[in-house]
Ligand binder design. Structure first.
Ligand code: FAD
Length: 478
C-alpha cells in the first residue's frame, strides 16, 4: 500500500494535543494527549520510507521505525507493536521520554523543508494500544534453563537485560536498594513526563513472567557482591549514577540548598502515595516559596517544572551559558517557559546568602568567550555584574557522578575509569571481575533511558555467551 505513505507532501505535521499551560501547572499528569487512531495513522503515513532511514541509524536501539510507521498507517497495529517491541524493551517509555528532536526525529530526512514524522508520539500510541488490547505479555519462556543471573539495579538497563534473559529461560533475580522497580524512571523522571503506572505495570508483568525482585536490598551492605557471585552464574551491575555533582561556594550547607534528586525523589514518592516527612515539613516542598534551580540540563527542567506544580511563588533557572548552548532538550525548555519559569541565561552562582537558612543566590553574569580545544565556547564572568536572586529553596542540578563502586562492593579488583564509571571490555561488557558484567549509566555516565535499554540488551547477549562457554568448558573437562 505504498500510496498510503509519503503523505508528508500534503499532510502537515501534527503533534498530539498539549494541555494548556495554566491547567498543566495545577497537576502532575502527563502533558500530551494521545493520538486518536486516525491521527496516528495519518501522521505515520507522512513517512517517506526513504532508502537509508536516518531515524533508525540515529536510534540507539536501531528501531525499525519505517516499518512500524508503515504498519501503523495501514492499521496493522498488532504487527506494528511486534516490530517495535522486537528491538525495544520499553517503546511506550521511549515514546514519552526520548529526546526525539536529537535522535530519530531530528534526523528524519523530510525534516528539511517539511517537519519530521512525529515518531515518538506514534510509538507511544502503538504501545499504549498494545497494553490496552493485551498484546504485551509477561516474559514467559518456552523452556526453563538451569542458568542463573543476578542483576544489581532495576533501572532500564537492569530490566532490559532481565527480560531478555528470562525470555530465553534463564533464572533471573534483580536486586535493588529501592522499594520499587524502575530506577530513575520511577524516582527521577517526574510524572508529568512519565506517569508511574506506565513503569509499575511493567513490574507486574515481569513478576508474572517469573523474574524475581529482591527489593530494599543494597548490594555492598545487605548482601555482598561476593555472595552474589557465589549464587549466580553471572552478575550484571546496572546501578546507575547517583552522586550529585557539587559546587564549592559560601553558604552551600545552608538549609534550603538541596541536590536535585533528593527534591525530585520526594516529589515522586508523594505522587506514588508514600508518606514523606521532609515534604510534609516543607523542607522538600516548594509550595509558597521562591525557588532557584541551578543548571541547564533535563534534570534542572524537571526541577523547575515540579516546583511550579507544587505551587512555588516564583521559579528561576540560573544557567551559566545561553539558551542555544543548553544541554537540555529544547522541547522541555519551551514547556518550562510556557509554564511560567523564568530563565536567567549566562548567570553563574557565587554564593548562597542567609544565616539560618538560604535567602538568596548571589550570581554573576557571564559572557561566552573563545572556544576551547573541544570547540565549545568558554564562559567568563563579567566583572562587577553581581546580582542576588531571592530564594527560599535553591536546587542544585549540576549532573551526577558514579558512587565509588569498588569501595561500595569491597572489590578493589573492580577497575574504574578516571570519571569513576566502571571499566568494561567494550566487546564483552565484562568488568575486571570474571563473570561480572556492567551496563547503563554506571558504564556510560549519566545518559538516557534508551541507551540503558540498549546496553542491558547487549549485556544479556554477552552474559549468555559467556555462561554457555563456561558451562561447555566445564563439561569438556569432566
Ligand atoms: C531527573 C532525571 C530526569 C531524566 N529524564 C530523562 C528523560 O527525560 N529521558 C531520558 O531518556 N533519560 C532521562 N534521564 C536519564 C535516565 O533516567 C537514565 O539515563 C537511566 O535511568 C539510566 O538507567 P540505568 O539502568 O543505568 O540506571 P538507573 O535508572 O539509575 O537505575 C539504577 C538502579 O540501581 C539501583 N542501585 C544502585 N546501587 C545499588 C546497590 N548497591 N544495590 C542495589 N541496587 C542499587 C538504584 O536504586 C536504581 O534503581 C533522567 C535522569 C534524571 C536524574
Amino acid at each position: 500500500m505504498a500510496e498510503r505513505m509519503l503523505q508528508f507532501v500534503r499532510l502537515e505535521q501534527q503533534t498530539p494535543d498539549k494541555r494548556d499551560a495554566a491547567e498543566r501547572r495545577t497537576d502532575f499528569d502527563e502533558i500530551y494527549a494521545r493520538f486518536a487512531p486516525e491521527q496516528a495513522a495519518a501522521q505515520a503515513s507522512r513517512c517517506s520510507q526513504c532508502g537509508v532511514p536516518f531515524c533508525q541509524v540515529h536510534c540507539p536501539l536501531n528501531n525499525n521505525i519505517p516499518d512500524w510507521l508503515k504498519l501503523t498507517a495501514e492499521g496493522r497495529l498488532e504487527e506494528a507493536y511486534e516490530v517495535s517491541a522486537a528491538t525495544n524493551t520499553f517503546p511506550e517509555i521511549c515514546g514519552r521520554v526520548c529526546p526525539q528532536d536529537r535522535l530519530c526525529e531530528g534526523n528524519c530526512v523530510i525534516e528539511k523543508g517539511f517537519d519530521s514524522v512525529t515518531i515518538g508520539a506514534v510509538e507511544k500510541y502503538v504501545t499504549d494500544t498494545a497494553w490496552e488490547k493485551g498484546w504485551v505479555k509477561p516474559p514467559r519462556p518456552k523452556q526453563e534453563l538451569p542458568y542463573s543471573v543476578g542483576i544489581i539495579g532495576a533501572g532500564p538497563a537492569g530490566l532490559a537485560a532481565a527480560e531478555r534473559l528470562r525470555l530465553r529461560g534463564w533464572q533471573v533475580t534483580v536486586y535493588d536498594r529501592y522499594d520499587r522497580v524502575g530506577g530513575l524512571m520511577i524516582y527521577g523522571i517526574p510524572n508529568f513526563k512519565l506517569e508511574k503506572e506506565v513503569v509499575l505495570r511493567r513490574q507486574a508483568q515481569y513478576e508474572a513472567g517469573g523474574i524475581k525482585f529482591v527489593l530494599n536490598c543494597q548490594i555492598g551492605k545487605d548482601v555482598t557482591l561476593a555472595q552474589l557471585r557465589e549464587k549466580h552464574d553471572a552478575v550484571l551491575v546496572a546501578t546507575g549514577v547517583y552522586k550529585a555533582r557539587a559546587i564549592q561556594a559560601p553558604g552551600i550547607g545552608l538549609p534550603g540548598v538541596m541536590p536535585a534528586l533528593e527534591y525530585l525523589t520526594a516529589s515522586n514518592r508523594v505522587g506514588l502515595g508514600d508518606s514523606v516527612p521532609e515534604f510534609e515539613s516543607g523542607a522538600l516542598n516548594a509550595s509558597g516559596k521562591r525557588v532557584v534551580v541551578i543548571g541547564g540540563g533535563d534534570t534542572a527542567m524537571d526541577c523547575v517544572r515540579t516546583a511550579i506544580r507544587q505551587g512555588a511563588t516564583s521559579v528561576t533557572c540560573l544557567y551559566r551559558r545561553d539558551k542555544a548552548n543548553m544541554p537540555g532538550s529544547m522541547r522541555e525548555v519551551k514547556n518550562a517557559e510556557e509554564e511560567g519559569v523564568r530563565f536567567e541565561w549566562l548567570a553563574a552562582p557565587e554564593a548562597f546568602t542567609g544565616t539560618d537558612k538560604v535567602e538568596g543566590v548571589r550570581a554573576i553574569r557571564m559572557h561566552l568567550g573563545l572556544p576551547d580545544a573541544t570547540g565549545r565556547q568558554q564562559v567568563e564572568p563579567i566583572a562587577g555584574s553581581e546580582f542576588t536572586e531571592p530564594a527560599d529553596i535553591a536546587i542544585l542540578a549540576l549532573g551526577f557522578d558514579p558512587e565509588d563502586l569498588p569501595a561500595m562492593f569491597e572489590e578493589p579488583a573492580l577497575t574504574v575509569t578516571r570519571w569513576g564509571t566502571l571499566k568494561v571490555d567494550h566487546r564483552s561488557m565484562m568488568t575486571a571481575l570474571p563473570g561480572v558484567f556492567a551496563a547503563g549509566d554506571i558504564v556510560r555516565g549519566a545518559s538516557l533511558v534508551v541507551w540503558g535499554i540498549r546496553d542491558g540488551r547487549d549485556a544479556a547477549d554477552q552474559i549468555e555467551q559467556y555462561v554457555l562457554a563456561q558451562k561447555s568448558l566445564a563439561t569438556a573437562a569432566e
